[in-house]
Write a protein of this length. Structure first.
Lengths: 295, 427
């Protein structure tokens, strides 16, 4: 009798899990496994079938200068976007959490970039960056008499120009999480500290920031994923150029798989991205977990 | 009761009859990209509707598939998934890729009569270079373009040049450019002499320079490139010199999209860009402008560009026949004239230019003829097997040289070596 009940619960459990499981397998696990399998085969073209080539694709990847370049670019992109956008988000959140005139307007203004589609944003920034009559050149030319600067057309500045757009786009989104977290911090903690004579900076460092840690972990995980995921604007702003100076890993994967139609090599690059992301996710939780205090 | 039953029976019979009739009609699915603004999509839709109205035995489902890049990606994915379109407009340079993927069939099997053969010969030869290989016709030119030089007549006049005369040679372009380049008191350039955009796909306009210098970038079989030909190196050096030595063009990568705007704003007195911008410039330039062929070095020259019709594998014989008939209709003079006037694409058949509509259009707007006249000197656009990858390598090399990271000879030699590695298996 007990066995029967157990079985029935077991079936119900699986039935409840089934819908989510089907989608998870169809759109996450099966594609991931297929990708890994494909990376060991050659690209099928027309009448030529894919054949097993072992680690050839991986050898090619290690010898591919573009792969190392985009990986390096991605590292810079991550270093350039994550700390700045998180710091900006905290500063903005602290500011709009105060009682100030036109607070909702400022909050809305900060959040607007998040609502806009990245492609549209990129088209606007394209004209900000345009040499000569673009917004930035008009400002710097008017104020300092600088000559026209080709921000997107110079390999030394192209990636930085893209980082600026990304930070602008992301900071407002992260701000919302910090704002929510700030409002859940009990005011009496702050008041108690003030009675003890703590300054604003001490309060932030000793009370606010530690209590924001769970949010920081969440935001950082998101920011890391975004630094590998956000490539839409590159298509509009630079198309990865000049000479791959602003191409990121995911952009390169798209290019290899859907422009060059080298699907097998694209799969190999995807495996590299998967490994990289899982390592990052694991180490982040491992590293941060000790410093995060959940209530 | 009986009456309603009878009515139902009649309705059911009529219904099954009509489904039977539509099963007899040939269904065609047709993907098309839109690469220029304006009325391109509406015009194609309008033309297909018109055709369907005239030919009730054919139903055509015209699908707007995004940019050229999106369209080829969709067509390849759909074919791999076993659901290919019967017909699609795709870049002419993707021909070798589509052959390599075994996705298209040549038109020849469906062009058997003498009349049909004459029809194929009725296209401008420059457009057919990217459409035929190995003695077979895989593409029928449709939305084709070529780059031309636009110049600002008022700026020419202000610089003391004859506003009606465009530079005919490289030397003249440099000479005019020097006169047209203006600087303000602090030495910043306010108006450049010329603008040859180089973002994204620098190879296209650069190919104009290479052809003018007597070089051919790839062979007709699509399995050998000549990137390190000294004439190509020389052409690339000239492109770089425009910014560094002659100082008549903005340095670094010059953006495509902003080029017409820079021309309208007086940032540049001359620009090289596609004829596809003709209608845009006509509507928006606040000054008088002229359109000329690209200047020559040892010869006149320009690449062609744009999209062709392709027949996809997997269709029935009937569908292919219907598709070919549709292609013949839409490239016929009257339809083609409508298309050219709406978009600025070059009508691909000489006979179109003989129609009253086109004559009236050209009389009213002479620059439209420049692209047509340039076709005599135009060559195939760079196209090889694994085209996107090979041109990608070439683009990277060009960008590295334009931004001063590598010198022309080294970069092109490296690009040639990489292209050879890819193309070796197709020889």
């Amino acid at each position: 009798m007990r066995g029967l009940v157990f079985r029935r619960e077991w079936i119900t459990g699986w039935l409840l899990l089934l819908p989510a499981l089907v989608f998870l397998f169809a759109f996450t696990h099966i594609p991931a496994v297929t990708t890994i399998l494909n990376s060991f085969f050659s690209t099928p073209r027309g009448r030529r079938q894919a054949k097993f080539i072992g680690l050839d694709n991986y050898e090619r990847m290690i010898g591919d200068p573009v792969f190392w370049k985009v990986l390096w670019n991605n590292l810079w992109f991550a270093l350039g976007t994550i700390p700045v956008s998180v710091a900006l988000a905290i500063v903005m959140a602290l500011w709009v959490n105060e009682k100030l005139l036109g607070r909702s307007f400022v909050r809305m203004a900060y959040f607007t970039p998040t609502v806009l589609p990245l492609i549209a944003v990129a088209n606007i920034w394209l004209f900000f960056y345009t040499p000569g009559f673009g917004l930035f050149d008009q400002i710097t030319g008017f104020l300092f008499g600088w000559p026209a600067t080709n921000y997107l057309g110079d390999p030394d500045t192209a990636l930085n120009a893209i980082i600026v757009v990304t930070v602008w786009k992301e900071a407002g989104f992260f701000m919302i999480f910090y704002l929510a977290a700030l409002q859940s911090i009990p005011v009496n903690l702050k008041e108690a500290a003030q009675i003890e004579g703590a300054g604003r900076w001490t309060i932030f460092r000793r009370i606010t920031f530690p209590l924001l840690m769970p949010t920081t972990l969440f935001v950082c995980v998101n920011a890391v994923i975004n630094s590998f995921r956000l490539v839409d604007h590159i298509f509009i702003l630079t198309d990865g150029g000049p000479d791959n100076a602003s191409a990121l890993l995911l952009f390169y994967i798209y290019e290899v798989a859907f422009r060059f139609w080298e699907t097998a090599y694209g799969a190999t690059l995807t495996v590299a991205l998967l490994i990289l992301l899982s390592l990052l996710a694991i180490s982040q939780f491992f590293f941060f977990d000790r410093k995060v205090h959940y209530k | 009761m009986l009456k309603s039953f009878l009515l139902k029976a009649v309705a059911a019979t009529a219904l099954s009859f009509s489904t039977w009739a539509s099963a007899q009609a040939v269904d065609l699915q047709f993907y098309f990209p839109v690469a220029v603004g304006g009325k391109a999509a509406e015009t194609i839709q309008g033309l297909t509707d018109e055709y369907a109205a005239q030919n009730p035995d054919v139903t055509i489902d015209a699908v707007y598939a995004g940019s050229y890049q999106d369209t080829v990606a969709k067509a390849i994915t759909a074919s791999r998934g076993g659901n290919p379109p019967q017909l699609s407009v795709i870049l002419s340079v993707d021909m070798f890729t589509l052959i390599d993927e075994d996705l298209i069939v040549p038109f020849d099997d469906y062009l058997t009569t003498d009349e049909d053969k004459k029809w194929v010969d009725g296209f401008y030869p420059a457009f057919m270079e990217n459409s035929q290989t190995g003695g077979k016709t895989y593409g029928i030119p449709f939305q084709r373009s070529t780059p031309v030089l636009y110049w600002n007549k008022e700026a020419f006049e202000a610089a003391g040049l004859d506003p009606e005369v465009a530079p005919a040679t490289w030397d003249e372009m440099v000479e005019f450019g020097k006169k047209l380049t203006k600087k303000d008191a602090s030495g910043n350039v306010t108006q450049w002499g010329v603008r040859i955009p180089s973002s994204g796909f620098p190879y296209w306009l650069f190919q104009g320079l290479a052809i003018e210098n007597g070089a051919i970038l790839a062979n007709a079989e699509g399995n050998k490139t000549n990137f390190d030909d000294p004439k190509v190196v020389e052409a690339l050096q000239f492109l770089v010199d425009l910014s560094t030595e002659y100082e008549i063009m903005a340095p670094g990568i010059v953006e495509w999209g902003a080029t017409p705007k820079a021309f309208f704003e007086g940032q540049t007195a001359m620009m090289w860009t596609s004829t596809g911008n003709l209608t845009n410039v006509r509507d928006n330039a606040p000054f008088k402008f002229g359109v000329a062929m690209l200047p020559e070095k040892v010869q006149r020259g320009a690449p062609t560009g744009g999209g062709n019709f392709y027949l996809f594998k997997g269709a029935s014989d009937e569908q292919n026949k219907a598709a070919v008939k549709f292609v013949q209709w839409i490239t016929a003079p009257e339809q083609s004239a409508k298309w050219t006037i709406a978009t600025g694409y070059v009508a691909p058949r000489p006979e179109t230019w003989e129609t009253e509509t086109m004559k009236a259009y050209a009389a009213d707007f002479a620059p439209a003829l420049v692209a047509r006249d340039q076709l005599e000197f135009a060559k195939a656009e760079l196209s090889t097997y694994q085209n996107q990858r090979v041109t990608g390598i070439f683009n990277d090399a060009l960008a590295a040289v334009i931004t001063g990271k590598k010198d022309a000879a080294t970069a092109l030699k490296e690009a040639q070596a990489e292209a050879d590695k890819i193309l070796a298996e197709y020889r």
